[in-house]
Design a protein around this ligand. Sequence first.
Ligand code: NDP
Length: 329
Amino acid sequence: MTTSEMIPKLTLNNGHVMPVVGMGTTEFPTTLTPPLLKSVYLDAIAIGYRHFDTASLYQTEQPLGEAIQEAIKLGLIGSREELFITSKLWCTENHPDLVLPSIQSSLRNLKTDYLDSYLIHMPFSVKAGARDFPFPIKREDVVPLDLKGVWKAMEECQRLGLTKAIGVSNFNTRKLEELLAFAKIPPAVDQVEMNTSWQQQKLKEYCAKKGICITAYSPLGGQGSQELVGINPVLTSDVLKEIADAKGKTTAQIALRWLVEQGVSMVVKSFNKERLQQNLEIFDWELAEEERQTISKIPQKNRVSVDFMLAKEGSLNSIDISDIEINEV
Ligand code: NDP
């Protein structure tokens, strides 16, 4: 069996199939030039990755698109159909009339005529055209999200065949409930922060009941310097290290295996060949029940929050922060 065949697949609520592990394509702050990004994505395809996570925000769609073309030329894959590609609608395009042009732009960047999943990146909108990168976002630029209108446009993207599935990212159970009340096509995916230090049990149970697949981002605790986001709680966890040492695995592998056993999919970022390989070696062994119990007692703390993305100064106009919060409040 090839490495890509060893990666289990999850069937989404519309029958489309997603490899459980995908590659996160972004680095904050970016240090690699587009040609170097293309080359790491090509390495990932050669190693066996078939699921890629990008977004218009990341500016990685173009190098990923080029890597895919090159992979086909080199015979690493037979065709684009062998891949699962996710992209996302950024907050400045989170307006009904901007959804279609945004997916079309992502498709052009990726040099493909369809995505496998297209996600609303955040449960809030920012004024169209506002300076949106790098963070922080000006508080005054945050505007109410017309979720009904945006979702209708997302549904149209799926009907037009521009994406096989549609979904959301950073939606908590309250926001999902709001969406499910009117969605004609229910979201197939909710991509959220999830790892051993932010286990998302409430959201996990809710999504299982509603047939929504969770994709865990920051499965290894995320990126960013200690000064910016604090210490990485996953890769520095003594609890995980102890289990890893006892099993002859790495801390990262224990963290990723735990997610596999939670029944969710994940997108993990590494731009290093050895670690890319290591992160796929998690399917032919399992955690013992006692180890799962120990992990379930790890203290919980999320890293990503709306407050982190917004400027410290300024104020939100007519929006209650609790309404756009990513995590449960
Ligand atoms: P991850 O938790 O995936 O990775 C964190 C760091 O771990 C990386 O910088 C990587 O560095 C390092 N690493 C990877 N493998 C290993 C290993 N085996 N041993 C030790 N260190 C390792 O962080 P991300 O926050 O990037 O999450 C992954 C992806 O999720 C993103 O790339 C993006 O696609 C998506 N995402 C989505 C968000 C959303 O709002 N929807 C928000 C944040 C992320 P190195 O490259 O040096 O190996």
